[in-house]
Design a protein around this ligand. Structure first.
Ligand SMILES: Cc1cc2nc3c(=O)[nH]c(=O)nc-3n(C[C@H](O)[C@H](O)[C@H](O)COP(=O)(O)OP(=O)(O)OC[C@H]3O[C@@H](n4cnc5c(N)ncnc54)[C@H](O)[C@@H]3O)c2cc1C
Length: 475
């Protein structure tokens, strides 16, 4: 039996290609209406005083929505964008337009699943069916070798298990055409209204990647990284870079909002391996996507523990909660150039390399002993690739409250700087006030003679902050 009319509620699946929810919605309904909610709870201020969704992440979301709307329009449909809480408004909308079903993609963590549950209950009470689908991971949840509750705690075991015993499903095509229900829905936002409230953004410096949201830009990045620039074959060697557009794939923001699916990337890797080259780099990109799956399934397994300071290890809470120190970290004013450069990149672009993330997170939790959940909350606000499971999962790891078999994840910041920014190029790019210092010296300005610094108009404590920690410990 087909539903006469259904709503497709888009969430973190803002694409047409490889979108099972959309395809099933179309296949099982005579006509459909795609809807997205700008949920006010996502834009509230956190207890720490910054917005849950910062400006740059908000911008990427808006671009992704408008691109989805344009792509739907090309197929004869549209995207209705509404302000409000989906679980309150959607059942009302469905009733008012005689929709018989609501289709949506499943999420994992509690804020999202509680919205799903409330939506389902209200919808069922009104006689409206709900249909949900799993689609955020590379390995489908039904294809795992074990039920989620029994999955191995340690990444390597998880990876070996899925690599050996599971396979990755084929992609599904984008719908050729969409049977759209031409119905006016009150309060639907226009493109201009969606853009309102974002305000001015500062222009980005050259050399940094300009991220624009949406499926089209995500697919262009894939095309460029794999085929035009032919960078995949060296991914393993370059992925720990810090500066520039191409050291790693930069797929994460599009993955986070579902503008592109991990399966699309996987099958493109397979094509590349056939047509160009198969090596440890092509394997490694898939390996990283398995990390993404791992955090998602671990979050599903452990529920709200991933947000709690004790983590899944139930570690005793002995963290400092010094707001002034935390603010210095957020602003990139710790006086440790490698940390500050990374934080300033995050604040300016909404992105930070994986190497940078490991270092600034380790500095916050291991050197400043500040509550790891504060760091995770700040990243949640700032990162354009914010993904609830990858973010909180990685932070738990760094905070030592996850299931990392390695006891100590301490990063010696100067040693890291020596390995990954030996000439100081990255720090020079982001910290103007130190830019005149040549070579590796830029990483330890406090050790340079005062006369020398004065000649360069640098005064530690005035033009650049005193270091918050004794940097000698890293020498
Ligand atoms: C403290 C901390 C917080 C993080 N927060 C996020 C987050 O909110 N969102 C997010 O997508 N990633 C997060 N990461 C993981 C990782 O840093 C980013 O995925 C990666 O830097 C994105 O750049 P890329 O797309 O060029 O990665 P690539 O190196 O090209 O990797 C390809 C893809 O693999 C996945 N991936 C790679 N490394 C990881 C990892 N460690 N964990 C999970 N998935 C991974 C990502 O989807 C990435 O796009 C975090 C890491 C740390 C240490």
């Amino acid at each position: 039996m087909k539903f006469k009319r259904s709503i497709i509620w888009f969430r973190n699946d803002l694409r047409l290609r490889d979108n099972v929810t959309l395809l099933e919605g179309i296949a099982r309904s005579e006509e459909i209406i795609p809807v997205y909610f700008l949920d006010p709870r996502h834009f509230e201020k956190t207890e720490l005083g910054f917005p849950k969704t910062g400006k740059l992440r908000h911008k990427f979301l808006i671009e992704s929505l408008l691109n989805l709307r344009a792509n739907l329009r090309r197929k004869g449909a549209d995207l209705i964008i509404l302000n409000g809480k989906p679980e309150e408004i959607l059942p009302e909308v469905a009733t008012s337009i005689d929709a018989q079903a609501i289709f949506f993609s499943q999420e994992v963590t509690s804020e999202e699943t509680s919205v799903e549950k409330a939506l389902e209950q209200k919808s069922w009470a009104k006689g409206i069916a709900t249909e949900n689908y799993w689609q955020s991971t590379l390995y489908h949840i039904d294809d795992l070798p074990l039920p989620v509750g029994q999955l191995p705690e340690v990444f390597t075991q998880f990876r070996k298990n899925v690599e050996k015993l599971s396979s990755i499903r084929k992609e599904v095509d984008a719908p050729k055409s969409i049977p759209y229900a031409q119905i006016e829905i009150p309060n639907s936002l226009s493109d201009e209204e969606v853009k309102n409230g974002l305000g001015e953004l500062l222009p980005l410096p050259n050399k940094v990647m300009k991220f624009d949201g949406g499926e089209c830009r995500g697919m262009e990045r894939l095309e460029s990284y794999f085929w035009q620039k032919d960078l995949l074959k060296n991914y393993k060697e370059t992925r720990n870079g810090l500066l520039g557009k191409d050291y790693s794939s930069k797929f994460s923001p599009w993955l986070a909002l579902g503008c592109i699916s991990p399966r699309t990337i996987y099958w493109e890797v397979k094509k590349y391996e056939k047509e160009r080259k198969k090596n440890s780099s092509t394997y490694w990109l898939v390996f990283e996507l398995i990390w993404r799956d791992y955090f998602r399934f671990i979050c599903k397994k452990h529920g709200d523990k991933i947000f709690q300071v004790e983590g899944i290890k139930n570690q005793r809470d002995s963290w400092r909660r010094d707001r002034a120190d935390f603010l210095r970290w957020c602003e990139g004013k710790t006086g440790v150039p490698f940390v500050d450069a990374n934080m300033r990149e995050l604040n300016t672009t909404g992105f930070m390399s994986n190497r940078g993330r490991q270092n600034v997170a380790s500095f916050l939790v291991n050197d400043l002993n500040i509550d790891w959940t504060w760091g995770a909350s700040y990243f949640e606000s700032m990162l354009i690739d914010y993904d609830v499971c990858s973010n909180w999962g990685n932070w738990m790891y760094v905070g030592g409250v996850g299931n990392d078999p390695r006891e100590n994840r301490y990063f010696n910041i100067l040693r890291q700087a020596k390995n990954y920014d030996r000439e100081g190029e990255f720090v020079r790019f982001w910290i103007d006030e130190l830019a005149s210092i040549e070579g590796f010296d830029i990483h330890k300005p406090h050790e340079l003679p005062e006369n020398f610094l004065r000649g360069k108009r640098i005064e530690i404590g005035k033009t650049y902050p005193e270091a918050m920690v004794e940097m000698e410990k890293w020498s």
